[in-house]
Design a protein around this ligand. Sequence first.
Ligand code: UFG
Length: 331
Amino acid sequence: MSVLVLGGAGYIGSHAVYQLIDQSEDVIVVDNLETGHKEAVHPKAIFYEGDIRHIEFLRTVFKKESIDAVLHFAANSLVGESVEKPLKYFENNVYGTQILLQVLTEFKVKNMIFSSTAATYGEPVSVPIKETMPTNPTSPYGETKRMMEKIMKWTEQAHGIQYVSLRYFNVAGARESAEIGEDHRPETHLVPILLQTALGRRPHIIMFGEDYDTPDGTCIRDYIHVEDLIDAHLLALKYLREGGKSTILNLGSNRGFSVKEMIEAARRITGREIPVKNGPRRAGDPSILIASSEKARHVLGWNPTRTSVSKMIQDAWNWHSTHPKGYEKDV
Ligand code: UFG
């Protein structure tokens, strides 16, 4: 049986594909290449270029392949863009997932691992954030992911599709070998922006707000290494295949780092200056997000080992410094 990875040409999806193939799984990748990169698809994966909203396309993939589980990374994921274009997010993320669930039902595929986000919580009532805390998303992006979780809950009850929804905190780093890495266009995430600045691709980084109610005034986030994150997906797959029940799990490192601390860490690791300019707060940024990932450790036996931000930035730097233009071929 094969594992279908939707969005397997994206940053996180491509890391999942590499680890699945390391574990001798047969992998099918579907990606519409809107934000993914063909070069990021593992050469041993079977690749279908197409969009999950096209039901006939998706049916063709399920007809041709024998699939027992799906890892669903295929979504738009920019908080800021979602505020400006909410309908794009509801259409791609929510409608796309509805079509996927429809096809899973038709083909009796019962196991689904779903990429969710800390953005489902909105401004947390307290930290560390537990899965039982209220979800009040402050962006259409977070709202779509929460809606998708709810759709999965009702679909499970009616059709028995079991799911593990993984709520990611701030994903960073890259595969140690630097074969694949993070290349978003446009790039909005802190770590790649710091490293692009270190490479001279940007003149400076703008620090969004210095007046938050935190020790150094900048936002605090819980960074998780992409390889630790994918370890949790593989354990979730094993869990579902062994009959585990649907559940929602936070994935973070349980520690917070401020933007200033991340800038200092990036300077230390790259040995580059990284000029910084102060800017206003970015709309929708909560001041502190730190996960409690105790449930994931308990339910999956997950034990993240790359929890130092130095390791995350070092591995991201290995990718950025060897691929200064990302996946562009003319590097
Ligand atoms: N930041 C800057 N300057 C930049 C970019 C980011 O100061 O140029 C700051 C942000 O204000 C924030 C921190 O760096 O305080 C981290 O920002 P990112 O954009 O890297 O990550 P976010 O915390 O905004 O977003 C992440 C995921 C989203 C998810 C969200 C949950 O990327 O997908 O966490 O809140 F929705």
